[in-house]
Design a protein around this ligand. Structure first.
Ligand code: TYD
Length: 133
């Protein structure tokens, strides 16, 4: 699988709209962990790393930010700015979150518990691993 935008159901209601995701209909993995990133100062970047095993799904629950994905050869930027779609990222993609708007809220769900040993934090190491050199 490759990184892709997943559109979520939208239940329109004059009392306020509702969206959701659940495995397996909207999400390709079972959720083991949920975390969120908030109060990001202007100009800051988060999450410059890849994961050896975990997959993630990222939603801009509020505000907007960009997720820049690198497969070891090229970069692609996804702009997240609505709460009814998100970006699915399989394992072994370098990703960086940037360009956060004021009061933005990034919700991230993962199929693995937190484990520092699953992180690849060195971009050259990541490139070597994915390009097999
Ligand atoms: P990290 O994923 O490195 O954030 P970023 O890549 O955006 O800078 O996480 C920052 C710190 O938070 C890290 O030292 C460990 C801790 N952390 C947890 O304890 N549990 C978690 O689920 C996450 C995502 C991070």
């Amino acid at each position: 699988m490759i990184p892709k935008i997943i559109e979520l159901p939208k239940i329109y209601d004059k009392r306020g709209n509702l969206s959701f995701f659940q495995h397996p209909s909207n999400l390709p993995f079972e959720i083991e962990r949920t975390y969120w990133v908030y109060d990001v100062p202007g100009g800051e970047k988060r999450g410059s790393h890849a994961f050896k095993e975990q997959q993630e799904f990222i939603i801009a629950l509020s505000g907007s930010f960009d997720v820049v994905i690198n497969d070891g050869k090229e970069e692609k930027s996804f702009s997240l700015n609505r709460s009814y779609y998100g970006l699915y990222i399989p394992k072994m993609y370098w990703r960086r979150l940037e360009n956060f708007s004021t009061n933005s809220l990034a919700l991230i769900v993962s199929d693995k518990p937190y484990s520092e040993s699953d992180y690849i934090r060195d971009f050259d190491e990541f490139k070597t691993l994915v390009n097999g050199k």
